[in-house]
Design a protein around this ligand. Structure first.
Ligand code: SF4
Ligand code: MG
Length: 333
């Protein structure tokens, strides 16, 4: 992603038009082949929009998405069609993302027909049966309808559908957050197994940091349309550098899931993405904010080695903010 940007028209006002919603505002990062990359942040931070931009389910208003060496940001819909089979999406809500009038078999088979893969009709049906088995359902389920299944089973159907076209990349937009906590781990484990088996690159969108800790290789943290910290999952969880990431980590409810909202510990509301604060967008809520923060925008910069762990952070003062066990040298900028 190179400076990926998406602004939506603001809501109409009686007198004149309102400011555009800056849903995703100049986000740059790399996703590596074969990794699981998680994008996290509170609702409204732009993570779902970013996910859709990465595979062009939405068009960009600025920047580029380079996929496998090719800039796909300017491709027409028909040019994108050739890539659709490689870039698949799992939706958050398994109850609304499956057509209630189609059988499970038809739902899973459809991407093969659309993308011209899977061979003859009989071969496609065989593949549907295999895929259903692989996601923990049974071949006979192909003749049934989505409403006959539980939420977890429906998400398995959605995963089978995403696998049908032989994808290289699967993006899951909060793929387990609509499921019972007891089911979430099963679906997460399934995704991890399938990733290895099919050689996938996974991009997982989550507001819940606890869910992605054990499944992601690297994490990018978003705030108000920008990526503010990025790095290997373990390093980021052990020693978050950005004050916002630190607040998110402090709000992870342990050991009681769902006990506290994520934003607890942060003062103030999330500002409007139509009128983001100048300078550092987090300065209105940051416990470490100084005068400079309201003026100068920090950019996402590599954390120097040794100890940087390939991390990037967008904060003027990350070196000076007390982090008891960071082990990083507090050198002046
Ligand atoms: Fe806080 Fe300033 Fe860092 Fe922004 S730049 S996170 S306001 S200390
Ligand atoms: Mg969302």
């Amino acid at each position: 992603a190179r400076n990926v940007t998406r602004h939506f028209a603001g809501p109409a006002r009686l007198f004149g038009s309102s400011a555009p919603v800056r849903a995703v505002d100049g986000v740059s990062f790399d996703i590596r082949r074969g990794e699981t990359f998680a994008i996290v942040g509170e609702s409204g931070c732009g993570k779902s929009t970013l996910a859709r931009l990465l595979i062009r389910l939405l068009s960009l208003t600025g920047g580029q998405v380079i996929y496998d060496g090719q800039d796909i940001s300017g491709l027409s819909d028909s040019e994108m069609r050739n890539l659709r089979g490689e870039l698949q999406f799992i939706f958050q809500d398994p109850f609304s993302s499956l057509n209630p009038r189609m059988t499970v078999g038809a739902i899973v088979e459809e991407p093969m027909q659309v993308h011209g893969v899977g061979g003859t009709s009989a071969e496609r049906k065989e593949r549907v049966a295999q895929l259903l088995g692989r996601v923990g359902l049974r071949a006979e389920h192909a003749d049934r309808y989505p409403h006959e299944f539980s939420g977890g089973q429906r998400q398995r159907i959605g995963i089978a559908r995403a696998l049908a076209s032989g994808p290289k990349v699967i993006i899951g937009d909060e793929p387990v957050s609509a499921l019972d906590v007891s089911i979430q781990a099963q679906v997460v484990n399934l995704l991890e197994d399938l990733k290895d088996e099919f050689g996938l690159t996974l991009i997982i969108i989550a507001h819940d940091l606890a869910v992605i800790r054990h499944m992601s290789d690297r994490v990018g943290v978003m705030y108000l349309g920008e990526m503010i910290e990025l790095g290997p999952t373990d390093a980021l969880y052990d020693k978050p550098l950005h004050p916002y990431t630190q607040a998110l980590m402090a709000a992870i409810p342990v050991p009681f899931p769902n006990a506290r909202p994520m934003s607890e510990g942060l003062s103030g509301d999330v500002p409007s993405p139509s009128a983001p604060p100048p300078g550092c967008r987090f300065h209105t809520r940051c416990p470490h904010a100084q005068d400079r923060c309201a003026r100068d925008k920090p950019v996402l910069e590599p954390v120097p080695e040794p100890g940087g762990d390939g991390r990037q952070v967008a904060c003027h003062f990350w070196r000076e903010i007390e982090r008891p066990d960071s082990g990083l040298d507090a050198e002046p900028a």
